[in-house]
Design a protein around this ligand. Structure first.
Ligand code: ADP
Ligand code: MG
Length: 228
């Protein structure tokens, strides 16, 4: 019989981040298990990006306990590609392995961007740039993938295709995903667990049990949407 032993990829206890005398994160507790897909909702300025930066190891001015594995990758709202490096080189950037180019090509293939491997970043469309940014995160084979509003700058149609891409990649590699979004529908369609960040803590938490692929009118989602 197969038993799945949950593996914790991140654990936060009493995490606090102050800017001046204001605690943006204020004693926050959170556990992230391997392979789960979490959406983090919260008003603008509630500290979502601050929390992501902490999980990504980009913030040293924290109080409380933070334990995160070393296999973490981040994709931001703006793809932040280096304009003077071609797409493949951007994806391979900082990959310190002999087959970095081949791995970048494989990641680009997975996000459907093989033909653009030799292109300059500034010639990419918004959706292509976001896919390149996803490839750059995936090439690191993260066990925790942090996505900071990666879809919000995309037009509605492109957003739908990139949603599906993220779900496909998640099903294939099964990293834990923490997706920051302010879009309730996006959270409900993609995630297993929806967290609401408010006053510096996880103020609410909801399990999404509707099977994928989900339709936005699924009764479970309608119920949850009413509560959020
Ligand atoms: P969100 O991503 O939820 O919109 P952020 O985490 O970016 O919110 O910011 C939360 C709060 O912390 C905001 O009020 C923001 O102004 C403040 N903040 C974020 N970074 C800094 C910083 N480097 N210096 C001062 N204040 C900051
Ligand atoms: Mg933010």
């Amino acid at each position: 019989m197969e038993t799945r032993i949950p593996r914790r990829v991140a654990g936060l206890r009493g995490l606090t981040r102050r800017f001046g005398d204001r605690a943006v994160l204020d004693g926050l507790d959170l556990d992230i298990e391997g392979g789960e897909f979490i959406a983090l909702l919260g008003r603008s300025g509630s500290g979502k990006s601050t929390l992501l930066r902490a999980l990504a190891g980009l913030d040293r001015d924290l109080d409380g306990e933070l334990s995160v594995g070393d296999s973490v990758a981040v994709a931001f709202q703006e793809p932040r590609l280096v304009p003077w490096k071609r797409v493949r080189a951007n994806v391979a950037l900082g990959l310190d392995v002999p087959d970095a180019g081949a791995r970048a090509d494989r990641a680009l293939e997975e996000v459907g961007l093989s033909e653009r491997a030799d292109a300059w970043p500034l010639t990419l469309s918004g959706g292509e740039a976001q896919r390149a940014s996803l490839a750059r995160a995936l090439v690191r084979e993260p066990e925790l993938l942090l996505l900071d509003e990666p879809f919000s700058a995309l037009d509605a149609l492109t957003r739908i295709t990139v949603h599906q891409l993220v779900l496909d990649l998640w099903a294939l590699h099964r990293p834990a995903v923490l997706l920051v979004t302010h879009d309730v529908d996006e959270a409900l369609l993609l995630a297993d667990r929806v967290l609401v960040l408010s006053e510096g803590r996880i103020a609410h938490e909801y399990a999404v049990t509707a099977p994928r692929p989900r339709h936005r009118d699924h009764p479970d989602l309608v119920n949850l949407r009413d509560r959020l």
